[in-house]
Design a binder for this molecule. Structure first.
Ligand SMILES: Cc1ncc(COP(=O)(O)O)c(C=O)c1O
Length: 383
């Protein structure tokens, strides 16, 4: 058993981040705003090619502000992939919106454009208003933005991108998130870059970002005294936290290159095992490979039991007993007790990926011999 735990995707920071934090510290711009927040917003705008950015306390906060902007609520449903993390839809549902869940595409594991069309057609026929379609760039792979934009345009529904997991990925040469009306990114501790915790809203629409900025700081009016014409939230990113992000962002290209290398290490080491399939990479882009995700064939519990399949569970537990962290693929939203009975289009692809899939350790600091250890356990279990 390993002495030091091999985590799924731990933070990886170094002297650059330390220097940026020290600079913030020494300037006494600790919180709430400050030059590092401005610098981080500018650097993210440059990196994504999306002109207006707003650094926030989390991607969940960014999604909340966006859903509010788009009028999600009792008369504004949200169409979302069923295969995602709950935060993609939770803020909209908390505002009273119905989540309409759509299956993944087999070839990319991301939101299926044809099924999205079916969903929007059905909702249009029913005379329902749809506040947004949210495209989630799963595990660092962009959705097919062009196809989803065309579908959304047909029904006059705004598209937003949840690129929480995909910073550094590309779609036809553009940055992850550069589609629709706005995108969100996460800098949570396990993401491709981290600020310890944080998120960002990005949009080409300056007015949208300005409104979100206003709401994110308690909707305080520009007066010397505390003047409020509406109620807002305390969602801003602190300056100290932004300093970590400034340092991390400088290394994004190297981090993505390393994550892609880790993926290749696994592929090379497990190539001869016919039971294993790797998450495919769509021809239209380059995934960031935030996590290396594999599927163990023939392990589909089609009974909608709500539990991962036997093989992926067994391998996860075997890894755990060696002090190695692995995680099941996201459990589809339509199988979650909280979404029981949700209107769902398809679902079989997401169910199979949940049942057969496993996310393997993919941290930036991982070594080839760490990868050897993981692969040895997988081989032993499949043996
Ligand atoms: C797809 C997706 N959306 C949203 C979030 C929420 O991000 P945050 O933790 O920054 O709120 C995450 C991960 O945490 C995620 O994976």
């Amino acid at each position: 058993m390993r002495k030091h735990r091999l985590f799924l995707s731990p933070p990886c920071v170094g002297p650059d981040e330390r220097a940026c934090v020290a600079e913030a510290f020494d300037s006494n711009y600790i919180a709430p705003c400050g030059p590092q927040v401005d610098a981080f917003e500018r650097a993210m705008a440059e990196r994504t090619g999306i002109s207006h950015t707003l650094a926030l306390s989390s991607a969940t906060a960014a999604l909340h502000l966006l859903y509010r902007e788009l009028g999600a609520g009792p008369d504004g449903a949200v169409v979302a992939p069923t295969l995602t993390f709950v935060a993609s839809v939770a803020p909209a549902v908390q505002m009273g919106a119905e989540a309409i869940l759509v299956d993944s595409n087999e070839a990319t594991w991301t939101l299926d454009p044809e099924l999205t069309d079916d969903a929007l057609q059905t909702l249009a026929r029913e005379g329902r208003r749809v506040a947004a379609v949210v495209a989630v760039d799963l595990y660092g792979q962009c959705c097919d933005y062009d196809a989803l934009e065309a579908v959304c345009a047909r029904y006059g529904v705004p598209l937003i991108v949840d690129a929480a997991e995909a910073l550094g990925a590309t779609y036809r040469g553009r940055a992850a998130g550069s589609a629709g009306v706005a995108a969100v990114y996460s800098f949570n501790g396990n993401k491709i870059i981290t600020t310890s915790g944080g998120g960002l809203l990005a949009s080409a629409d300056a007015a949208l970002v300005a409104r979100a900025r206003h709401l994110s700081q308690q909707a305080r009016e520009d007066e010397a005294w505390y003047e409020h014409r509406m109620l807002g939230y305390n969602y801003r990113m602190s300056n100290l936290v932004a300093a970590v992000g400034v340092g991390q962002l400088r290394h994004l290209d190297d981090i993505v290159a390393k994550r892609r290398q880790i993926f290749e290490w696994y592929r090379e080491r497990l190539a001869d095992l016919p039971q294993i399939r790797f998450m495919p990479e769509a021809a239209y882009g380059a995934a960031s490979r935030w996590l290396t995700v594999v599927c163990f064939d023939g392990d589909w519990a089609s009974d909608r039991s709500g539990r991962p399949g036997e093989t992926s569970q067994r391998i996860r537990l075997a890894l755990e007993s060696e002090n190695i962290e692995a995680r099941p693929v996201w459990k589809p939203m339509h199988l979650q007790p909280v979404f029981r009975g949700a209107h769902t289009f398809g679902g079989g692809v997401a169910e199979r990926l949940f049942s057969c899939g496993l996310c393997l350790p993919s941290g930036t600091a991982m070594t080839g011999s760490d990868c050897d250890e993981v692969c040895a356990v997988i081989r032993r279990e499949l043996g």
